[in-house]
Design a protein around this ligand. Structure first.
Ligand SMILES: [Fe+2]
Length: 147
């Protein structure tokens, strides 16, 4: 399900400016939660999106009801953004102006696109269910993303 949350997206966009990759410790921590197939999608994400996803996953990992697949889902919750890796201004424009361009429409639909990518590579069904919102652990990932 797509959630339009302009303030979250704007705050996240501002804090994610910069192109540095995740630290080697963060990257190793992230990969320890992912299967090879899932990691192949994680590696397609831009540096800023991977840094953001690691921050979300660390928050999700601290939740009392979290487990390994919840952390993996948190790491992959923005996987659909890997398709275009829009510039900051495009993300802001898409958020506030809507899907006026194909790339912007894909950005706004990144949750469904990410699920399709994960299904395509054979990600764990539990990870996909969490991201689809058909598993109760979905709320852990969303709360960690909104924090
Ligand atoms: Fe996010």
């Amino acid at each position: 399900m797509t959630r339009l949350r302009p303030w979250h997206l704007l705050r996240r966009t501002v804090e994610q400016t910069g192109h540095r990759p995740p630290s080697s410790d963060d990257a190793a921590w992230a990969e320890s939660w992912l299967t090879c197939a899932e990691a192949s999608i994680f590696h397609r994400m831009g540096n800023a999106d991977r840094r953001h996803s690691i921050a979300v996953a660390r928050r999700a990992a601290g939740h009392d009801s979290s487990d390994a697949v919840t952390v993996a889902a948190a790491l992959l919750h923005d996987a659909g953004k890997a398709v275009d890796d829009l510039r900051v201004w495009e993300r802001i424009a898409a958020t506030f102006l809507g899907g006026r361009r194909a790339r912007w429409r894909r950005y706004l639909d990144h949750e469904n696109i990410g699920i399709a990518l994960l299904l395509d590579v054979g990600a764990r069904p539990e990870v996909v269910a969490i991201l689809r919102g058909t598993d109760d652990r979905h709320h852990i990932v969303m709360a960690a993303d909104d924090a």
